[in-house]
Ligand binder design. Structure first.
Ligand code: SAM
Length: 238
C-alpha cells in the first residue's frame, strides 16, 4: 500500500460513494491507496454522541468539540502505528494547489478532518499538529467536498493510479500552467474544424503549437499564475 487516507466526518454517506467509484475506486482495488471513512460521532463518549457545542463568547451556530476530533486522530494513529499528517479542512487554511498535491502524494498516511457548522475548535489544530488547508476562497457547509478534492488530486499522482501516466504531463499546473487545448472526432462540428496542425502528424510542430496555445490561454485567463510560472523562464519571456 503506497498511501493510507483516513477521513473523519459527520457524513460518511456523503463521501463513501465517491471514493468507491472511478479513479479512487480503481486505485483502492489496485492496492495503491487504502481509504477509510470514520464517523466522527463514534468518537464521542457521552450518551447522546454529542459532537458540537455553543461557541464561547457567543455568536450564531455551533462549533465541533475538540474531544471527539482529537480522540479520532489518536485512535487512528495508535491503530495504524503511524504518525500521520493531519489535515484540517478550512476556508482559512493554505490554498490547495497542484504543487501541494505533489507534496502530499509523498506522504504515507494522511488523516483529513472535515469541519461543519461554524468550524472546529481551534485547539484541535495545535493538538494534532495539523496542516490547515483551504480548497478556495469561498465557504462550503462542510469539509466533505474539500476532503474529496484533496484525496482525488493526491491519489491520481500515485504511480499506477492513472491509466496513462503520460497524461500527467498534459495536465494544467504541471510542465506548463495550463494543459493544451484538446479536440476529438468529428473533424468538423457545427461548422468548427479541428486545427489543421493536429492532423499533420508532425509531432514536433504539434508539441510546439500545443505549448504556445496553452501559454496564450494562461496569459489570458490567469496572468497571476503566468507571472510566477517556471515556463516563463523556460520560454525566455521574462
Ligand atoms: N466559520 C468558518 C469560517 O468562516 O471560516 C466557516 C465554517 S464552514 C461553514 C464549515 C466547514 O466547512 C469548515 O470547518 C471546513 O471544514 C469546511 N469548509 C468550508 N469551506 C471550505 C474551504 N473553502 N476549504 C476547505 N474547507 C472548507
Amino acid at each position: 500500500m503506497r498511501l493510507r487516507i483516513d477521513i473523519v466526518t459527520l457524513f460518511p454517506e456523503a463521501i463513501r460513494p465517491y471514493v468507491d467509484a472511478a479513479l479512487l475506486g480503481r486505485a483502492q482495488k489496485k492496492g495503491l491507496v487504502f481509504i477509510k471513512i470514520h464517523n466522527l460521532r463514534s468518537f464521542s463518549q457521552d450518551r447522546y454522541r454529542t459532537v458540537d457545542d455553543y461557541p464561547f463568547g457567543g455568536g450564531p451556530g455551533m462549533v465541533l468539540k475538540p474531544e471527539p476530533l482529537v480522540r479520532a486522530v489518536r485512535f487512528i494513529s495508535e491503530y495504524t502505528q503511524s504518525i500521520p499528517l493531519v489535515i484540517v479542512t478550512s476556508p482559512q487554511g493554505e490554498l490547495f494547489t497542484q504543487h501541494m498535491a505533489w507534496e502530499l502524494a509523498q506522504e504515507k498516511h494522511l488523516v483529513i478532518l472535515c469541519g461543519r457548522y461554524q468550524g472546529i475548535d481551534e485547539r484541535v489544530i495545535t493538538l494534532t499538529n495539523a496542516r490547515e488547508i483551504s480548497i478556495g476562497d469561498y465557504v462550503l457547509s462542510g469539509g466533505e467536498l474539500p476532503a474529496l478534492v484533496i484525496t482525488e488530486a493526491v491519489v491520481r499522482l500515485i504511480p499506477g493510479a492513472l491509466g496513462d501516466e503520460e497524461s500527467l504531463r498534459y495536465d494544467s499546473f504541471s510542465e506548463y500552467p495550463f494543459g493544451p487545448p484538446q479536440y476529438t472526432r468529428p473533424r468538423v462540428f457545427c461548422g468548427l474544424a479541428v486545427p489543421e496542425i493536429l492532423l499533420s502528424g508532425d509531432h514536433a510542430r504539434i508539441e510546439k503549437w500545443r505549448r504556445e496555445k496553452a501559454l496564450e490561454k494562461a496569459r489570458r485567463m490567469r496572468p497571476d499564475l503566468f507571472l510566477n510560472s517556471r515556463c516563463e523562464k523556460k520560454e525566455g519571456v521574462v
